[in-house]
Design a protein around this ligand. Structure first.
Ligand code: FAD
Length: 302
């Protein structure tokens, strides 16, 4: 199995996809339809998020394991420190290694229930993501990614301290970062400059959610802490209430954002695809990010 670092360290821009573990059989079928459709586009890696607790966590491990064994894809499991003792975290890391997973996205996670509620570490657990990075690195030859926040983590008072925390995760051994979703490039570019000015050159991959509906347009920024730019609100206002027209305009906005980021030299784009393939396929085709299919027009799944 290859590592994310090997897969993203290539001489042309890549794309990658993030999934969440399915809740039921229907969700599982939908996820696997998306995986099969995206697999032919050769994403650099695909990742699977880690839930707040209980059975969804086992599903993350099972899903990543199945991707590792049943597909040609490079897979990455997310892991959070929420409600886990250090021993339990070691156990999960061991299960991932046994399943052939070599890549882990190390996150602190949010308090269960209210994401902005008070964070309380497990009494025998970890406080911050940099400690999880270090634990994973000590546990085996894993390639580790971390989260980055172009507009600062919602709990951070200042962008400067937030950047220091990101740099601290690189210092602990993280090899790359993926950002929280955002809708305009400036915050991302400034974050990249601050990290470079601090002397770090690990890739920072923009995390982009295709704007396919009014709900994603409004919910995304609400959940992520990135601003909803006034110019975009104005640009998309005429399409409010018209699902198809909003989708077309939203996808145009997303395409332009990705084009700007690629022109600014980002190594690739990480798509929050919500377990669907159509919007990501359209963007990959528009941006020319499917190396093996260069020159051929890809068919867009129905
Ligand atoms: P940290 O880096 O630990 O930061 C948390 C807060 O503590 C920040 O305010 C930071 O500035 C501060 N801080 C960090 N280190 C220190 C320190 N040493 N001393 C003092 N303060 C410090 N959540 C999930 O539950 N499951 C997922 O699968 C998941 N995937 C994600 C993927 C991506 C790409 C992103 C961007 C987020 C994801 N999240 C996921 C959400 C994430 O868990 C939350 O945003 C969480 O609140 C922060 O996690 P972190 O790893 O950035 O934490």
């Amino acid at each position: 199995a290859s590592t994310v670092t090997e897969r993203i360290n290539v001489d042309r821009p890549f794309f990658a996809v993030e999934f969440f573990p399915p809740k039921d059989d229907r969700g599982e079928a939908e996820l696997w339809r998306a995986i099969r459709r995206l697999e032919v586009l050769d994403p650099a890696y695909v990742s699977v998020t880690y839930g707040a607790g209980g059975s969804s966590r086992d599903r993350t491990v099972r899903t990543v394991e199945r991707i590792a064994t049943d597909t040609t894809l490079c897979s990455m499991a997310h892991l959070t420190a929420v409600s886990h003792s250090t021993d339990e975290l070691r156990h999960v890391i061991g299960s991932l290694a046994a399943a052939g997973v070599r890549n882990i996205m190390a996150l602190r996670g949010d308090p269960p229930g209210d994401p902005l509620g008070e964070w309380v570490a497990h009494p025998d657990g970890l406080e911050y993501a940099d400690q999880l990075v270090a634990l994973i690195k000590r546990s085996g030859p894993f390639c580790v990614g971390v989260a980055a926040f172009p507009y600062g983590h919602p709990r951070s008072a200042e962008l400067e301290t937030d950047t220091e925390r990101l740099v601290g995760k690189f210092r602990a051994g993280a090899e790359f970062a993926v950002t929280q979703l955002f809708l305009e490039p400036d915050g991302f570019l400034r974050l990249r400059d601050r990290v470079a000015a601090a002397g770090f050159d690990q890739p920072i991959i923009p995390g982009i959610m295709p704007l396919t509906s009014e709900k994603t347009f409004h919910k995304g920024p609400e959940l992520s802490g990135s601003p909803l730019p006034a110019a975009l609100v104005e640009r998309l206002a005429p399409y409010s209430g018209d699902t198809a027209a909003f989708r077309a305009a939203g996808m145009e906005v997303t395409g332009e954002l990705c084009e700007r980021l690629l022109a600014e030299g980002v190594p690739g784009i990480h798509f929050y695809c919500l377990n669907r393939s159509t919007a990501t396929t359209e963007l990959v085709e528009r941006l020319g990010l499917a190396p093996r299919h260069e020159g051929t027009r890809l068919s867009t799944p129905a």
